[in-house]
Design a protein around this ligand. Structure first.
Ligand code: GRF
Length: 220
């Protein structure tokens, strides 16, 4: 087993279903995983992921953006909670709030996000609809460090999946989501262990990780 230094105290921020949160939390249960999930925060009281987090013994907190007069006020409450839990890393997992440049800069190279496309293609919402509309043969997902411009930032990991002729946005989303659940735990592991670090605006990986295989498309 790899010699273990202190696990990085990690918060996961969600707004909804939380399936990526579940993938991260499951990975973090293994003894030699370098991150510990110390807090799950949702900006929506009704986020389904909160129930799962509670049922699985994770500390949860709702910070409702609607209860705050401004974005900085909301982020102030967020920052207070993160400080109180001594959080070192943030993993955004379907967190649907834009952050101010001040917050993003404060967490520079310590906040990561997962996006359901092969960035820099298809930033923003409705990625699968737009991928199908564009007729791409390969879709996928990206884990990246967060920068002020939405869905940009140094790329830590990507996985590709084929786009099939029969795909709808729903079937493509499901295939991409499976890939998300595979790469997000690997990306957080790389960041938390210090094996992925930013050099300029690119990420250097210092040690080989599990080979997830290569992909050729069209598939049928
Ligand atoms: C995922 O597709 C993620 O890439 C995007 O939002 C979705 C969240 O899904 N940012 P879940 O809440 O993790 O199930």
């Amino acid at each position: 087993m790899r010699a273990m230094t202190t696990k990085k105290r990690t918060a996961i921020l969600i707004s909804g279903r939380g399936s990526n949160m579940q993938a991260l939390a499951a990975a973090a249960c293994t003894a030699d995983y370098p991150a510990k999930i110390v807090l799950v925060i949702s900006n929506r009281p009704d986020a389904a992921g909160l129930q799962w987090a509670k049922a699985n013994g994770l500390a949860t907190l709702v910070i409702d953006h609607k209860a705050h007069a401004s974005r900085p006020a909301f982020e102030g409450a967020l920052q207070q909670a993160l400080d109180a839990a001594k959080v070192e890393l943030i993993a955004l997992a379907g967190f649907m709030r834009l952050m101010t440049p001040a917050f993003v800069e404060h967490w520079r190279d310590r906040m990561i996000n997962i996006h359901p496309s092969l960035l820099p293609s298809f930033k923003g919402l409705h990625t699968h609809e737009r991928a199908l509309e564009a007729g791409v043969r390969i879709a996928g997902c990206t884990v990246h460090f967060v920068r002020t411009e939405t869905d940009t930032g140094p790329i830590i990991a990507q996985a590709a999946v084929p786009v099939l002729s029969s795909d709808t946005a729903t079937t493509l989303a499901a295939r991409v989501l499976e890939a998300e659940h595979r790469i997000y735990p690997i990306a957080l592991m790389l960041v938390a262990s210090g094996r992925a670090r930013c050099e300029g605006e690119k990420v250097i990986i210092s040690e080989r990780v599990t080979d997830l295989g290569s992909l050729f498309s069209p598939g049928v």
